[in-house]
Design a protein around this ligand. Sequence first.
Ligand SMILES: Cc1cc2nc3c(=O)[nH]c(=O)nc-3n(C[C@H](O)[C@H](O)[C@H](O)COP(=O)(O)OP(=O)(O)OC[C@H]3O[C@@H](n4cnc5c(N)ncnc54)[C@H](O)[C@@H]3O)c2cc1C
Length: 387
Amino acid sequence: MSSSLNESVPEIVDVAIVGAGITGLSAAWHLTERGLRVAAFDGTGIGSGATAVQPGGVRQQWGTEVACRMALEAYAFYSDIGDRLTPAVDPKLTACGYLFVARGEEELAAQRQRLALQHRLGIPSREVTPDEAGEVVEGLDTSGIVGGVWCDQDGYFDRPLAVVGAFADAAKRGGATFHDRRVEAIARDGEGWKLSLRGGETTRAGAVVVAAAWDTPELLTPLGAELPITREPRYLFYSDPIRERLLEPLVIVPEAHFAAKQLADGSVLASDLGAGSRPGEGKEDWHSNVRRAITATLPILEYVSFPVLVEGFYDVTPDRQPVVGAIDGHDGLFVAAGLNGRGLMMAPTIGRVIADGVVAGRIEDTMKPLSPSRFADGQLTPELQVV
Ligand SMILES: Cc1cc2nc3c(=O)[nH]c(=O)nc-3n(C[C@H](O)[C@H](O)[C@H](O)COP(=O)(O)OP(=O)(O)OC[C@H]3O[C@@H](n4cnc5c(N)ncnc54)[C@H](O)[C@@H]3O)c2cc1C
């Protein structure tokens, strides 16, 4: 997505943001809402990283308390996005429902455990028998499954890039400026920070938020903050748009590493969730894995062909949780990265937490499981419900 970028770089701002993906954009808007002067820098333009690839999925079914709480808050925000951000284009959040299918008892037991946590926190998911799964997902072959979990509120933005535009436009209305510049280094500068930009310019800021996905460690390692955020390839197969509606909900079969959904424009999206992680495999192997899963679980898609393969990257961490917090020993330096495939659906919460943290000088305690120091301290809370 491109949008009007400011040519001249400000000499000094309250907060500088590195990275104008959905995470940096949400932080920018929340910061302007608190009356702060914000400048965001991105080497390749607004929404040009992983944010450009994501197809708009939003769910509340997670396996750890911190992820469920973030998802709940973000879902409430998105349900009200028209009033909150007054988007130029309605992004249209459709509650199509997400079904996690279990083929075996072990998977079902794991899903039940997460369900108990979700219920304690007020997420309206429920267990379904194979017959009930067949009722919520027309076209599902229930013969090979033992059950599953379903949440009818989970859904999809029909126009996910309109969410990106909504945050960017709202931040600009609040006075934030966006600059097409790569940040090459961040260094202490008196009480604040100095950002060195490609091309030789500099900007000073009272606080810095690094929301640069897998490039985050490159900026923070020179300051002594080691973060294990790496890049992992992900692949989505797309069909051409199909007139008939074949599959409204999103169906995930964790044991087959498979997910599928028909989008609003009629195209069917299907993914081998393990593609890229098995050495020696390529496009044809992923395609036949998708085909096998379709035959076994969603025969209604049997004659759909998938001519388009899109590659994107997750920014991942060892515990599959984002890194959201202040960098110890570096007053005013914050990070929001390592989104592990959930950046769009968590953006409203992460932006709010970062903005509150910048104002308070510390991040709220509920976000402790996401703190940058958890890796060095060995305090990990692994999230297993990653798709
Ligand atoms: C195939 C696929 C499907 C997905 N599906 C979903 C989904 O359904 N729902 C969902 O919520 N999420 C989904 N995701 C994940 C989602 O896309 C990401 O989590 C999210 O976009 C991350 O946003 P971000 O702003 O943190 O990072 P990015 O969008 O990657 O933005 C980081 C930005 O930082 C910039 N940058 C990096 N280094 C520097 C530097 N030194 N100076 C200046 N700028 C810099 C980059 O240019 C980039 O624009 C999916 C991802 C993929 C790949």
